[in-house]
Design a protein around this ligand. Sequence first.
Ligand code: ZN
Length: 133
Amino acid sequence: MKVLKLDHVGIAVKSLDETLKFYTDVLGLDLASVEIVEEQKVKVAFLPIGDTEVELLESTADDGPIAKYIERSGEGVQHLAFLVENIEDAIAEMQEKGMRMIDQMPRYGAGGAKIAFMHPKDSYRVLVELCER
Ligand code: ZN
């Protein structure tokens, strides 16, 4: 597996409308797109920075994974996403190396990317998302 770059940083927020003001008005970033991922009960905003991105995640339901995350840990950095060449190969290699995967099979994330989360207990409490575009 080769990690090609830091694809994006995922940040859990209570309100996109409110948080976006900081990223656009204060930091001066451009909002590239907003998308709802029904399966994950999340509304996602992408703000590119160079060849990486900030991904803001707002839950669309009280029982969604981001709502639960905020309940547990509050708002803030939620995951790091690493771009890989081939996600099926990357999952297999991580499993061979004894890493537990939250997703054994890739699923579709925002922007049509194929994604899989690793178990944070095996990555020193950093939630790592592998993604292929
Ligand atoms: Zn992500």
